[in-house]
Design a protein around this ligand. Structure first.
Ligand SMILES: [Zn+2]
Length: 302
């Protein structure tokens, strides 16, 4: 199911399985298409590939469906107060920010940000309920369709891809090959895990790679070729960061350049949070690779 706005974030492409048991993967296509689906079909099960906003946004519409998410992230949906610890709020702004965030999402009248879904009320509506957990490696049988759940951490800690061998199709969600590049800007994100997961998923024996955003459904060769270009964005980010490190700079100074998102978008606290965490992960990784050295709390190109 195509999402609104070409499945651009904060929407996503959803997958509906119309079998003896009906299932919806990642209800982030938007209220309009998903309300239409609900009018014509009963959805027995809803699967979230991971807990990010754009993949859970319309969970709340499916009040008579069983909601399932991976066992690693189920605690976040069960108790939304856990989300700030994993998404980056606590890491960047401290625990003091959490109460205010929960108050803002609880109130449907809170003004939304144009740049992130940080204040969207769906955060409140679509969390607080999980009916079950799935595990990596599990196979779910809907009747004719069998779904293999493949763990692919890095984008988030519990991120999962859904593979349908009989149809040669795999839903790869946020391994989406968009020009922006890989996203690992949560506290649970990990660049090396992200790369390893992409390499695992591109080896899956599928003909159709169903991305979660923008790029649509890609054939095997298209997906593999696109993957190299997509992962090269990680190296380009390294280069951009190194280019400002001829002078030693603190993490905050580097984040302040807006190399990833653009400084003008930092007016949104969540965009700055993503910028900060992305830069931090790159600096730490380049330090491990001895491409960056640390002098006190400052970093310099090695
Ligand atoms: Zn995501």
């Amino acid at each position: 199911m195509e999402g609104e706005d070409d499945s651009r974030y904060p929407y996503c492409r959803s997958l509906f399985i119309d079998d003896d048991i009906t299932a919806l993967i990642d209800p982030g296509a938007g209220v309009r298409p998903l309300t239409e689906l609900k009018r014509t079909h009963h959805v027995d099960m809803v699967f979230n590939t991971h807990f990010h906003f754009d993949h859970i946004a319309c969970n709340y519409l499916f009040d008579t469906s069983r909601i399932l998410i991976n066992d690693k992230e189920a605690p976040l949906l069960r108790d939304r107060r856990e989300i700030p610890r994993v998404i980056g709020i606590e890491e960047v702004y401290g625990k003091g920010w959490v109460g205010g965030w929960l108050e803002r999402i609880a109130d449907p009248a809170t003004e939304k940000s144009p740049y992130s879904p940080q204040n969207n009320h769906e955060w409140w509506l679509s969390t607080g309920r999980v009916d079950g957990e799935y595990r990596w490696g599990e196979v779910v049988d809907f009747g004719k369709v069998r779904m293999h759940i493949i763990g692919a951490p890095g984008h988030s800690g519990g991120f999962s891809c859904m593979f349908f061998p009989r149809y040669g199709a795999i839903y790869v969600a946020d391994l989406d090959l968009t020009p922006f590049g890989p996203w690992y800007a949560g506290s649970d994100g990990d660049i090396d895990q992200f790369i390893a997961s992409c390499r695992t998923i591109e080896e899956v024996d599928a003909e159709y790679f169903i991305t979660g955003h923008e790029m649509g459904v890609l054939g095997r060769e298209e997906f593999r070729a696109g993957m190299d270009r997509y992962l090269a964005v990680i190296d380009e980010r390294d280069e951009k960061i190194l280019s400002v490190l001829s002078t030693p700079r603190s993490l905050e100074e580097v984040a302040g350049f807006g190399l990833i998102y653009g400084r003008r978008f930092h007016v949104d606290a969540w965009v700055y949070m993503w910028e900060f965490i992305t830069i931090k992960k790159h600096l730490q990784r380049m330090e491990r690779q001895q491409r960056v050295s640390r002098i006190g709390d400052r970093f310099a190109a090695a």
